[in-house]
Design a protein around this ligand. Structure first.
Ligand code: SF4
Length: 97
């Protein structure tokens, strides 16, 4: 299964589909953008496909935007902790989110 096929399975259930898309792509995670990130995280908190979204972002190396309630920096830290050649595990995902 390709990453695109995998994403198409869960994306249509994302809570962000009815939210302002700009919330999920703040220009930074500091300063005034913090409230934007907090609003996006609040949407992700109630999303039924949060795990799938975060898993997808980690596996595909998404470097921009809020995915699964995480910032790009949080995902970079998770990728650095991951053991080479291993898939992300549920505990890995729990530590990021
Ligand atoms: S977890 Fe957040 S970014 Fe991902 S699909 Fe759900 S609402 Fe959208």
């Amino acid at each position: 299964m390709t990453a695109t096929e995998y994403a198409s399975e869960w994306r249509s259930a994302g809570a962000c589909l009815s939210a302002d898309p700009d919330l999920f792509y703040p220009i930074s995670t500091n300063g005034l953008a913090r409230s934007q990130v907090a609003e996006a995280r609040a949407v992700c908190e109630r999303c039924a496909v949060r795990r799938q979204c975060l898993d997808f972002a980690l596996r595909t190396g998404e470097t921009h935007g809020i995915w699964g309630g995480t910032t790009p920096e949080e995902r970079r830290r998770a990728r650095r902790r991951k053991q080479p050649g291993k898939l992300f595990t549920m505990p890995d995902l729990a530590r990021v989110s």
